[in-house]
Design a binder for this molecule. Structure first.
Ligand code: PHE
Length: 499
């Protein structure tokens, strides 16, 4: 109704000069008119300009006087022509006030009335007697208040007096003046948001006005699955290995025998890593079913008495120990299987890599978990030297964004020489350990059956370390395990390495 009133009026008239007066004339609430004007203005059917007016409204006290008359006039009327005692006056005055006014308020109105009536010189208040000084009074205050209530214009002096008596307050009134807008139509058409089958059948699609596309609207957030940072970094590292011509090793067995995890790697059976404090052994099945017997024999011999130019460890090697099943402690277990398999045919140089899970019976803290991912690379060829290893490590790590490297001599049972790899971390301004490396020992390679002039250079590192650095995670438990916040996985950015 309000919308029709506004649009209809503008069809025949140039302007609605004042929404307030318009609302009054139409008998529609001003709030309703204002809402419609705002909406029509938004769609540019009308062009609305703000108008602001200061206007006067009655206070609660002003309201009271507009209704019942001013206290001074009421007081004057309570004084009979022959006079009255003060006590009597107050009693009659207060009894004439409406019942719904509180006693306390009644007595303050009495005080106001007597003060004003004295000030106006309408009455005289003696010690006990009160008497009239004039015959007749007009209630100008009441008349003025009613005029203000009706929105009539009242002189500045009167306004000032009423304001000082706190009978009126100023209020900013907001309204609009309204003209036709660029999209003006006598009736607002509701724009269609969809083209329906019915529109096509009826043919009314020709007339329908369609809502414009909002190309700036943001789409619904997609609720698809998200890749975990470890998977993103793994993918990037995989790409680096592939660019460098490496083949992936099959790492799909978390359960391994001690033989491939330790013995084949020339790790003595008394080595502390083979203790249940460091390694998870399987209860069921507790031992492996099958090992290549002639190779096992050669491994036993190299542990006990050496050969191939080695003295061995000189202890009694036990088959039961080698048979024990465990959760692999490193992916080098897979490397030993792969090298053994490679040694069974005519030799061809190989570059192998793997990225998969390993398990260690370790106390969990902010940098250690009992399971993590290992990245492993190895190159198997004739005549490889430590220089080749250093060169390939520079190549590999610089593709990860770590081009400042340092190497420190280290020890692994299966490599000689061995080197820990350090990279300079620009953010932390220090050298951080990023991996371990070495050249596999002849005690490991020769029993497998690899030719004597074949060397294997290899290195390993965790996937978690570079991922934590790249994604700024400083507690490994925030990255992996049951405490991971799923929104971290949703929010984290893509990973780009090796470009
Ligand atoms: N297996 C070693 C580790 O678990 C890493 C490594 C791999 C070291 C290959 C040397 C050569 O830390």
């Amino acid at each position: 109704m309000a919308e029709e009133a506004v649009l209809g009026f503008l069809e025949k008239n140039e302007e609605i000069p004042d929404s307030g007066k318009f609302a009054e004339e139409k008998g529609i609430s001003h709030d309703e008119i204002v809402n419609i004007i705002k909406s029509l203005n938004g769609f540019r059917l009308v062009d609305a300009q703000d108008i602001k007016r200061e206007r006067w409204v009655l206070t609660q006290e002003g309201d009271l006087y507009a209704k019942y008359g001013s206290p001074e006039v009421q007081l004057f009327l309570a004084v009979p022509p022959e006079g009255i005692t003060r006590e009597e006056l107050q009693k009659t005055f207060m009894s004439r006030l409406p019942d719904d006014i509180e006693e306390k308020l009644k007595s303050s109105i009495y005080k106001i009335g007597s003060t004003q009536a004295i000030k106006n010189k309408w009455i005289e208040m003696g010690k006990s007697q009160v008497s009239r000084k004039v015959q007749h009074v007009d209630d100008r205050v009441k008349d003025l208040l009613i005029q203000i209530q009706n929105g009539e214009v009242v002189g500045a002096e009167d306004i000032d007096a009423l304001r000082r008596r706190k009978l009126i307050n100023s209020q900013i009134w907001k309204g609009y003046s309204v003209k036709k807008g660029p999209q003006y139509a006598p009736k607002r058409k509701k724009a269609a948001t969809d083209l329906t089958r019915e529109n096509l059948q009826r043919g009314d699609w020709k007339e329908i006005e369609f809502k414009e596309y909002n190309f700036l609207a943001k789409g619904q957030p997609t609720e698809g699955g998200c890749l975990h940072p470890l998977l993103k970094v793994r993918r990037q590292i995989q790409m680096i290995f592939l660019q460098m011509g490496f083949e992936e090793m099959p790492t799909n067995n978390f359960v391994e025998s001690s033989f491939w995890n330790f013995d084949a790697l020339f790790q003595p059976q008394q080595h502390p890593a083979r203790d249940s404090h460091d390694t998870f052994f399987l209860k069921e099945p507790s031992s492996t079913r099958m090992l290549p017997e002639d190779y096992v024999e050669r491994v036993k011999r190299v542990h006990e008495s050496g050969g191939y130019g080695s003295r061995g460890y000189g202890y009694e090697w036990k088959r039961e120990e080698a048979n024990k099943n465990l959760l692999r402690t490193h992916t080098t277990a897979v490397s030993s299987r792969m090298l053994y398999a490679l040694a069974q045919g005519p030799f061809t140089p190989k570059r192998y890599y793997s990225i998969d899970r390993v398990f260690r019976n370790e106390a969990v803290d902010r940098t250690h978990l009992a399971e993590f991912h290992q990245i492993e690379g190895l190159i198997c060829d004739r005549g490889l030297t430590l220089g080749h290893l250093i060169g390939v490590l520079h190549d590999f790590f610089s593709r990860l964004g770590m081009s400042k490297l340092k190497f420190k001599p280290a020890y692994n049972p299966y490599t000689e020489p061995s080197m820990e790899i350090f990279s300079y971390h620009e953010g932390l301004q220090k050298w951080v350990e990023v991996g371990n490396s070495g050249m596999f020992r002849p005690e490991m390679l020769l029993p497998m059956g690899l030719p004597e002039d074949v060397q294997v250079i290899a290195w390993g590192l965790s996937l978690e370390r570079p991922t934590m650095i790249l994604y700024g995670v400083d507690n490994i438990r925030d990255l992996f395990g049951h405490k991971v916040d799923l929104s971290l996985i949703k929010r984290n950015p893509i990973c780009r390495l090796g470009l």
